[in-house]
Design a protein around this ligand. Structure first.
Ligand SMILES: [Mn+2]
Length: 299
């Protein structure tokens, strides 16, 4: 296991949150109970490429292999797939009827307890998964009253506002460096940042009622019985390492580009998560620095 170095391993409510060493997987632990989280598998990404004339062999065996090793090493009771399990948006591509069930059939033999929090690519996922796999709502799930898990393309459900930890995917963060000769180095990264609970609550309430005004924290308590908390937010790297990523230190020059703004999802766009002061880490635990400092290195 690797600690998030600079601030130590976050612990609250007896919950330990740790990235698995050298892997894009997050281990949550409470009183000896372990849950593994991975995000952005994008099964079938290679089929989309094939439509463009680029042929890459099916990644299903490779991804399963990687996952099998991590599961053997960490021995969790539950695996959570944090969105974008498959790649094709909403309409199920023909090929998906083969490789998505193929993936899940092998997966539930390795670990019987699997839950999905759907992402923006997961329309019509249910008919492709075994009945034992639980598909949650796309506005997220709460674990142990402390950990909110949501994909990140949409606002989380009100109960997640009370969580001390929020885990999200969707962004596929990578860090890009350029050396003096112009060589570009791209590395997947973890980002850890603080959320402003009240700001997040404002966004969640506005989604439900566009005219909302007043104190969001009080309103969430009144309406949903949830005590809003500032959270430790962990943005996960994509499990499928073949995918492109969002260079967190590059797409920002005088402001986020329009495309990136649209992509990053309402939570990050709203400023409710202090992404600028977020800390980036490599898979081996190396602390790279704050997101805003890394931007200077990208130019
Ligand atoms: Mn996504």
């Amino acid at each position: 296991m690797v600690d998030f170095e600079s601030a130590g391993t976050p612990v609250a409510d007896d919950v330990i949150v740790k990235p698995v060493a050298d892997q894009p997987a997050l281990l949550l632990e409470r009183k000896g109970e372990r849950v593994l989280v991975i995000a952005d598998l994008h099964l079938g990404w290679e089929v989309t490429l094939a439509h463009q004339g680029i042929h890459v062999p099916s990644q299903v065996p490779r991804l399963l292999d990687k996952l099998r090793k991590i599961l053997a090493e960490t021995n969790p009771k539950l695996l959570v797939l944090l969105g974008d399990v498959k790649h094709a948006v909403s309409k199920v591509e023909l090929e998906e009827w083969k490789y998505v069930p193929e993936f899940f059939d092998s997966l539930v033999e390795i670990i019987p307890d699997v839950e999905v929090v759907p992402g923006n690519h997961d329309g019509n996922l249910e008919p492709l998964t075994p009945p034992s796999v639980k598909i949650n709502k796309s506005n997220g799930m709460v674990l142990w009253d402390s950990v909110g898990l949501f994909h990140g393309h949409a606002w989380p459900a009100p109960p997640l506002l009370g969580c001390k930890f929020l885990v999200m995917g969707h962004l596929h963060p990578v860090v890009v460096f350029k050396d003096p000769l112009g060589f570009r180095i791209t590395r997947q990264a973890w980002v850890r940042a603080k959320s402003d609970g009240n700001k997040l609550a404002e966004g969640v309430l506005r989604r439900e009622d566009a005219k909302f005004e007043g104190n969001a924290t009080e309103e969430v308590k009144k309406k949903f019985g949830v005590s809003v908390a500032d959270a430790d937010v962990i943005i996960m790297p994509s499990f499928n390492d073949y995918l492109g990523g969002q260079p967190i230190n590059k797409n920002y020059q005088e402001g986020w580009t329009q495309l990136y703004k649209e992509y990053m999802g309402p939570v990050l766009r709203s400023g409710a998560v202090d992404f600028e002061n977020g800390e980036a880490y490599l898979f081996d635990g190396t602390f790279l620095g704050k997101v805003e400092d890394l931007r200077r290195l990208a130019r």
